[in-house]
Design a binder for this molecule. Structure first.
Ligand code: HEC
Ligand code: HEC
Length: 281
């Protein structure tokens, strides 16, 4: 009886909002990928990460016909980061993409994916961000040429509800949305995200210092997608950055190895979700 009670108490104590926020930010949502500096040639997080200057601004520049932006300094530095923002300011940015000055950020910041957050998880991420140590680093200001509003993401137009689903496919969809998988995997060859007609189809070519790579089809299609892969192969891709053919995956995907920090339950849920993506070719 005592053991049972202790078990309940310790699991309730185990996760404070800051701990939950840390898990989401560091194992699932990887703000690092866009918001932390990395040295040239550093492929995978966490090995290539500049730990001291984490979250103080990314190295990548996203230049599109609509905007030129960099991953902002999201440390608590008051002058060059978001140290002066309130919790409400942070939540509005995270789910609507609107800064305290009313300007909407470029959808390179995947706020249209973060709308799905449960209120508790949104609070948790916000609490965690407030614990990040300040790093002074002035990032170049964004340049906006035309206004862009990202397309709505079916099933993620708004918060999924008060609790994270336990059903594996629904849970996997929640986590994969937070991990922004379809930010790359549902991008058409012209670079536009199309969540209705291009769900998991891949085909967008990403270019960078690593060369160039075409995003894979991750639908359940047996030949074009991942339908014929084993769970172990899919896990290896996510946690070790190794493809089904034993090859090291290129940078944009290899970076997803941070998912190795996910709990077994969550990782299995992401795999279950991938298997549910309708075959498309
Ligand atoms: C795929 C890349 C990407 C990921 C992942 C990402 N961001 Fe961003 N974020 C950006 C970019 C790019 C901007 C700047 C957009 C602009 O200037 O219009 C931005 C802007 C922001 C801003 C506004 C900062 C300011 O000063 O205006 C905040 C806050 C923010 N992100 C927090 C986060 C958090 C927290 C996470 C993880 C939960 C995250 N971002 C994940 C790319 C990303
Ligand atoms: C930043 C863009 C990006 C994001 C985000 C992303 N991927 Fe990928 N993914 C890629 C690219 C590019 C490839 C192809 C890599 C290669 O061929 O070297 C790929 C390949 C894959 C593969 C095929 C591996 C193989 O065996 O060939 C799987 C499975 C996969 N991604 C699943 C996911 C899942 C699940 C997520 C979210 C948790 C995700 N990806 C997030 C870009 C991305």
């Amino acid at each position: 009886m005592l053991g049972v009670l202790c078990g309940v108490v310790s699991s309730a104590v185990a996760e404070t909002p800051v701990e939950r926020g840390s898990y989401l930010v560091n194992a699932v949502m990887v703000c690092d990928g866009c918001h932390s500096p990395r040295g040239p040639g550093d492929l995978a997080i966490p090995s290539g990460l500049s730990v001291e200057r984490r979250f103080s601004g990314g190295v990548e520049v996203w230049e599109t016909p609509a905007y030129t932006v960099h991953g902002s300094n999201i440390t608590t530095d008051r002058d060059t980061g978001i140290g002066s923002w309130s919790g409400v300011d942070i939540k509005r940015l995270m789910t609507e993409g609107i800064r305290p000055d009313g300007v909407r950020v470029a959808p390179q910041m995947p706020y249209h994916f973060y709308r799905i957050l449960t209120p508790g998880d949104l609070d948790a991420v916000t609490s965690y961000l407030k614990t990040i140590k300040p790093v002074s680093n002035e990032m170049p200001p964004p340049v906006y040429k035309t206004a862009v509003k990202p397309p709505p993401l079916p099933g993620a137009e708004t918060s999924i509800g008060d609790t994270v689903p336990t059903d594996p496919v629904a849970r996997g969809f929640y986590l994969a949305t937070l991990a922004n998988c379809m930010g790359c995997h549902s991008r058409r060859p012209d670079g536009v995200q199309d969540f209705r007609n291009w769900w998991g189809k891949g085909g967008f070519e990403i270019k960078g210092e690593f060369g160039s790579v075409v995003v894979s089809n991750i639908s359940a299609h047996r030949e074009k997608g991942v339908g014929a892969r084993t769970d172990a192969e899919l896990k290896r891709a996510l946690t070790e950055g190794i493809g089904h053919d034993g090859r090291l995956l290129k940078m944009p995907m290899a970076r997803q190895v941070y998912l190795s920090r996910m709990t077994e339950q969550d990782l299995n849920a992401v795999i279950a979700w991938m298997r549910s993506i309708p075959p498309i070719e």
